[in-house]
Write a protein that binds this ligand. Structure first.
Ligand SMILES: *[C@@H]1O[C@H](CO)[C@@H](O)[C@H](O)[C@H]1NC(C)=O
Ligand SMILES: *[C@@H]1O[C@H](CO)[C@@H](O)[C@H](O)[C@H]1NC(C)=O
Ligand SMILES: *[C@@H]1O[C@H](CO)[C@@H](O)[C@H](O)[C@H]1NC(C)=O
Length: 408
């Protein structure tokens, strides 16, 4: 072979191998990627109840749901796609209208031998699926080196995905090296998680010991533990935060907790890289308030929260405006709801504390650690608190999550 032919041959080989590698990646997407889109004609529909339909084997059948009958996942899915006519048992978001909090029979059978208070495997996901049949549990908590396979987030810009940030994330993850909760927690076959919100509603309830009893304690932003442990506990498994929300004083960080980063804009990843490499942060333009300049955590104690939870909370659970998949007015869920969404996918039981406000008592503090009153609450441009609360209420009413402070 002439050298130029040889070169051409090698080039072709590389292209072919590259393509095979690329398509194998695509195939993996479906592990927890987008469900195949099923194009349905309007009105009556479709399907053979015994199996999940694929594009090729849809068969017209009519589903009639009688009141009180719990539809199978598939029926519900279709009913949702068709619209409100067939699936009147479901609301616009796809949640069952009638939420009674009853344990589905199959879960009841599974838990028959558990003593009261023991961790019930699969409880949160099972209860969620009962009221929201579209729920698909698998969604990793943190990004790992295979993050590009996560189909649902690869096509969205932050905060709903990681598009345009792949290289910097790759770089960060190479250094952080760890992508789970740690051996002990990852090894549990049943995990109870509590998300501790920052609400003043936590004050004077002495819930600390109860919170510490959970396997995983999630705290948000700068919410302190020191000085408040009677009410909020002492344990912190992870603290989820973003640049403007992160604690600015190094001494405020508790030992042995994971620093979990949640990005809301592309610039946030750049900030994280500086924190991971302990580099001096020179430019702080683009942040909406001052940001932490140093995070006293080793790279192996840092994680990147899967942005899927922001996307799913916003567009599927709460029903915020899609805005072409871009951040816009009132379409960003609060970090607390993002954390709950993460827990629904990754914990067997989920509880929350410190969520919600009692608007009838505007003199109470907004946060448990500040004097700011609730009446100071401002109309938020980014969040839609009332729509978000509707979603959280469904979870509490259906007993998918337990609300330890009864604020939701
Ligand atoms: C519950 O315990 C009984 C008696 O030990 C046993 O026969 C049964 O299989 C157990 N059920 C489950 C679901 O583990
Ligand atoms: C909690 O108790 C302390 C001391 O009794 C009191 O000063 C404070 O106002 C209480 N806070 C709330 C929110 O009730
Ligand atoms: C929240 O959602 C409601 C209902 O969709 C809408 O009327 C309201 O304007 C939204 N608020 C914000 C801040 O976007």
């Amino acid at each position: 072979m002439k050298p130029s032919h040889k070169l051409l041959f090698v080039l072709c080989l590389v292209l072919v191998l590259g393509y095979i590698y690329y398509s194998s990646g695509k195939l993996h997407l479906h592990v927890w990627g987008q469900k195949p889109q099923i194009e349905l004609e309007p009105t009556l529909i479709v399907l053979n109840i015994s199996q999940r339909p694929t594009e090729v084997d849809l068969e017209p059948t009519l589903i009639v749901l009688s009141e009180g009958q719990r539809p199978t996942e598939l029926e519900a899915d279709i009913a949702l796609t068709v619209g409100q006519t067939v699936g009147s048992a479901y609301d616009k978001q796809g949640f069952l209208q009638k939420l009674d909090g009853k344990l589905p029979a199959e879960l009841g059978r599974q838990y028959v031998n558990l003593t009261e208070g023991m961790c019930r495997p699969g409880y949160a996901a099972g209860m969620m699926t009962a009221i929201y049949p579209k729920f698909m549990k698998p969604a990793p908590m943190f990004l790992d080196r295979n993050f590009k396979r996560l189909a649902k987030v690869s096509n969205y810009l932050p905060p709903f995905g990681f598009k345009t940030q792949e290289n910097i994330i790759d770089n960060i993850l190479t250094t952080t090296k760890y992508y789970g909760l740690g051996q002990d927690l990852d090894g549990l076959n049943c995990k109870k998680c509590v998300i501790v919100g920052n609400g003043g509603i936590l004050s004077n309830k002495s819930l600390g010991p109860r919170i510490d009893d959970y396997d995983v304690v999630v705290r948000l932003n700068e919410a302190p533990v020191n000085g408040f442990s009677k009410d909020v506990g002492t344990k912190t498994t992870m603290r989820i935060t973003y640049p403007e929300g992160a604690m600015q004083k190094s001494e405020s960080y508790e030992k042995d907790s994971l620093f979990v980063f949640s990005a809301f804009k592309p610039l946030d990843f750049k900030w994280l890289k500086h924190m991971v490499y302990n580099e001096k942060l020179r430019v702080t333009e683009g942040f909406w308030k001052s940001v932490a300049r140093h995070v006293p955590r080793k790279p192996k104690e840092m994680r990147i929260l899967n942005p899927y939870f922001i996307q799913e909370a916003a567009f599927q659970f709460i029903g915020l405006p899609l805005n072409n998949g871009l951040m816009g007015k009132g379409n960003i869920p609060t970090l607390g709801t993002v954390a709950i969404t993460m827990a629904l996918h990754n914990c067997d039981e989920v509880a929350v504390a410190g969520f919600g406000y009692d608007m009838n008592k505007p003199y109470l503090p907004l946060h448990y650690y500040e004097k700011v009153k609730m009446s100071a609450i401002k109309e938020s441009w980014t969040h839609n608190i009332s729509k978000e609360k509707e979603f959280l209420r469904k979870l509490v009413k259906a007993k998918v999550i337990a609300d330890l402070t009864n604020g939701i």
